[in-house]
Design a protein around this ligand. Sequence first.
Ligand code: CUV
Ligand code: SF4
Length: 572
Amino acid sequence: MEPKERSSDKAAQEAIQLMADEGIENAWDRLDAQKPQCGFGKQGVCCRICAMGPCRVSKKAPLGVCGADADTIVARNFLRSVACGVAAHSDHGRTVAEVFIAAAKGEAKDYKLKDTAKLMRLAREFGVKTDGRDINEIGVEVGEIALKEFGKSEGHQLMTNRAPKSRQEIWDKHGVRPRAIDREVTESLHRSSMGVDQDYKNILKHASRVALADGWGGAMLATELQDVLFGTPYPGRGEVNMGVIKADEVNIIVHGHEPILSEMIAAASQDPELLEEAKKVGANGITVAGTCCTANELLMRHGIPVAGNFLNQELVIATGAIELMAVDVQCVMQGLGQVAAHYHTKLITTADKAKIQGVEHVSMDETKAFDTAKVLVKRAIDNFKNRGEVHIPQYKQKAVGGFSFETIKYMLGGSFRESFRPLNDNIMNGRIRGIAGIVGCTNPKVTQDYSHTTLVKELIKRNVLVLTTGCATIACGKQGLNNPSIALEYAGAGLREVCETVGIPPVLACGSCIDNSRLLVACSELVSEGGLGDELAGLPVVGACLESIHEKALAIGQYFVASGLLVVFAEE
Ligand code: CUV
Ligand code: SF4
């Protein structure tokens, strides 16, 4: 397959060619080796749940050994995938909650509760007393309530109360308002084990419940607590694509999901002593760039450059210019180890729950986070001298990131009266036809970035305001769609007029995958602002995920559906 069939991103095409010339395999090559992929697996009609199987359902044998039919098997597989996606986001949320508490207690001295205004809002929401109390004391209590959301034995997810009343009533009527996150995940595994839930409708109902525990629970908590810890994002400039890698500097890639690690590496790269060390080895500085959702987190809060999305992770190493890649959890390909072995790049895993066979592990302990980050940066500097030939595809685009819910509200309403009113008004008068959330990954089965960016351009042309998260954001960024002056050229007249008046771009970069929870809050705000109906289901809002790879994307899709929103999902 030609590089341009594999990716629509010019930088990626160049790197794919480079790897082909060197005879180094990447995800696309491994996909080719896997072909043809199993048809039963693709349809979800293969069951490996018990030892009487594996059973694959076909016309000839329509039932598994236990008698389970295709509906049950597909529904069970789907539920397990959604539960796994929820577990991933929520474990991320749990880690944040633990660091949050440690920071408030002063045990993780490198982290501080930065956004105290947001902390106070959370305190009020959680019923924590604030009068005359020390900010860290409030923080400990808020953090402990948040941590309880994962395993409490009674009650439902607190943040489901943020949804419009009408939606809460629907959840209660159908019995899908989520309880503790861990409980919903555990119950998913129980229900889908051999001989338990065998009514596909009942199984899918629980898929909604567990997914809601993510969207209005684990992922939302992760977002909110991270905002307090690292600051609520506000619009800032950054750059996107492999051209951000610098030939004359020490380059570090942070890849994965939890800003707990990347925030510290970013800070350590500015350390005067380490910058001095870098000079000594002949480098003009230290560049930290991100891939995948970690990149979104850093772009959102610090304008730190984005090197690429999911399918770029192996390609960035092929530039020969990466001294060190530090990874934590989720969406990290095991193939990175083999690619790194062809270059001088030092690959290091940092999360104790995510090691890779044959790859060095440096444990990221929150109590000595900055020191650990400094060790990693020093390792990168020491590795600079081992560089061979360097080929950096010279493509990059300017991007504006940082559109948190709070920012959008502020930009729409102005500083005196933050409000979604102008958005509702412009939807009602027809200048804006609706809102689309374009989310998710990049999948080697489809041409990288093509579906995301084509859809976004077509939507804004038709006056639909677009909000993006995850690797879809980075896909847009690489094509200049997060650069207001480029994106406005594609926008229809009505949308363009509104964007220019209010000062927002037509494509808003809203962050990482967990930041999809920001979209839920924004939708609830559209309802409470009035004029667009009194239910989430009535909103002119759609979510689309066209290049997904991860079970997390299924969890996100399902919590949008269970929140009443229209979702378009494509999986090859
Ligand atoms: Ni969590 S889940 S490939 S990094 S968006 Fe990117 Fe985003 Fe999908 Fe993974
Ligand atoms: Fe087969 Fe039923 Fe066992 Fe699944 S649970 S492997 S369908 S016997």
